[in-house]
Unconditional design. Structure first.
Length: 353
C-alpha cells in the first residue's frame, strides 16, 4: 500500500514539474525579454559577489567594503581598457566600414566567374536606389534607431542597478524565494540556489578566461601575419567568444573579408590562423578551464541557443549558455536526485515528517 502511495506521489510531482515547465515556457514566450533582463541582472550580481568574496578572502575586509571595491574595480577596468584601446580600435572600426564593403565587392566579382555565382548575383539589384530607402522611410528608421538606443540604455541601467541591489544582500532574495515552498523543502531549495550560484560563478570565471585567451591570441596572431585592423578584429573575436558555438563562427567572417582586401593569400592566412586558435580553444583550452567548473553538453547547448534565439533573438542567444547551466543544476537536484533517484525509505521518512 505504501509503495502504491509513493508511486502516486511521484507521478503527481512529475506532473507538477511538467506543468511548471510548460507554464515557464509559456511565460517565456510572451514575456521573454523581461525574464532575460532579470537573469542578466542575476548574472552580473554573481560577478559582483564573486569579486567581493575574493577580495574578502584576500584582504579580510567587511563584505560591504569588499563589494564596493569589487564594483569600482569592475567599472575601473572597463574604463581603463576603453581609454587605452578606444582610439586605436575606433580608428580601425572607421577603416573597417570602408574595407568590408570592398571585400564584399571582391567576393561578388569572384562569384560572377562561375555560372551559379552569376545567377546568384543577378538576384542583387543593380540600381542601388532600390536599396536606399526614401526620405520618409529613412526618417522613420532614424527615429526607430534613436528609440532603440534609448531603450537599450534604459535596460542597461536597469540591469546594473538591479545587480547592485541583488549583490548587496543576496540572502534576502534567496531566503524569500525559499519561503514560497513548504517548510520541509526550504533548506534543500536554498542548497539548490547556492549550487546555482556556484555554477554561475564558475561558468563566468571559465568564460572570461577563455575570452581573454582568445582576444590576446587573435591580436598577436593578426599582427604577426600583417592583417589590417588587427585590434578591432581581435576585439570582435573577444566579445563574440561569450556566445559558444555561434559567436566564433560569426567573428571569423570579418577577418577573412578584411584579408581579401589585401590578397587571397592573406585571407587564407587569416582563416587558418583563426581556425587554428578556435580549434586549440575548443579542444584544449576550454576543456581544461571547464574541467572543474561547468561542462555543458555541446549538442544540448546548441539546441537551447536555437530555442532562445528564436524566442528572443540576440539577447536570448547571448544568455543561453548560463541559463542552461542553471537549468541543469535545478533539474539534476530537484528532479533527478530529488525524485527519480530518491529511495522509497527516504521518501517515506520525508512524508512522515
Amino acid at each position: 500500500m505504501l509503495n502504491v502511495y509513493l508511486y502516486a506521489k511521484r507521478v503527481a510531482i512529475a506532473a507538477l514539474i511538467v506543468l511548471s515547465v510548460l507554464t515557464a515556457f509559456y511565460l517565456l514566450g510572451w514575456h521573454a525579454y523581461f525574464f532575460l533582463l532579470i537573469f542578466a541582472s542575476i548574472l552580473l550580481a554573481v560577478l559582483y559577489c564573486g569579486m567581493a568574496d575574493w577580495i574578502t578572502d584576500k584582504l579580510h575586509l567587511k563584505r560591504g567594503l569588499s563589494l564596493l571595491l569589487a564594483v569600482l574595480l569592475f567599472f575601473g577596468v572597463i574604463f581603463v581598457a576603453f581609454w587605452l584601446i578606444a582610439p586605436t580600435v575606433g580608428q580601425q572600426v572607421k577603416e573597417m566600414r570602408q574595407t568590408v564593403p570592398q571585400a564584399v565587392s571582391q567576393v561578388q566579382h569572384w562569384l560572377t566567374q562561375f555560372g551559379w555565382g552569376e545567377k546568384l548575383m543577378q538576384q542583387v539589384p543593380n540600381d542601388m536606389s532600390e536599396v536606399v530607402p526614401k526620405q520618409d522611410a529613412l526618417l522613420s528608421k532614424v527615429s526607430g534607431m534613436f528609440s532603440s538606443t534609448l531603450s537599450f540604455l534604459a535596460d542597461f541601467a536597469i540591469v546594473i542597478i538591479s545587480a547592485l541591489f541583488l549583490a548587496a544582500n543576496p540572502s534576502l532574495y534567496t531566503v524569500g524565494l525559499s519561503k514560497l515552498f513548504p517548510v520541509r523543502h526550504r533548506v534543500h531549495i536554498r542548497e539548490v540556489l547556492d549550487k546555482s550560484y556556484t555554477t554561475l560563478k564558475s561558468w563566468l570565471v571559465g568564460m572570461l578566461s577563455a575570452m581573454a585567451i582568445i582576444g590576446v591570441s587573435l591580436a598577436i596572431g593578426y599582427n604577426l601575419i600583417g592583417l589590417p585592423l588587427a585590434f578591432a578584429l581581435a576585439l570582435i573575436g573577444f566579445f563574440l567568444a561569450f556566445i559558444p558555438n555561434v559567436g566564433p563562427l560569426i567573428a571569423g567572417v570579418p577577418a577573412v573579408l578584411v584579408g581579401l582586401t589585401v590578397s587571397p593569400q592573406m585571407a587564407l592566412y587569416a582563416f587558418l590562423l583563426y581556425g587554428g586558435i578556435q580549434l586549440v580553444e575548443s579542444y584544449l583550452i576550454t576543456p581544461l578551464i571547464f574541467q572543474k567548473t561547468v561542462d555543458l553538453p555541446p549538442a544540448l547547448l546548441l539546441f537551447f541557443q536555437v530555442l532562445l534565439g528564436i524566442l528572443q533573438g540576440g539577447l536570448g542567444l547571448l544568455l543561453a549558455a548560463p541559463i542552461l547551466a542553471v537549468l541543469m543544476v535545478v533539474v539534476n537536484e530537484l528532479y533527478v536526485k530529488g525524485l527519480l533517484e530518491a529511495s522509497p525509505v527516504n521518501a517515506a521518512e520525508e512524508e512522515v515528517e
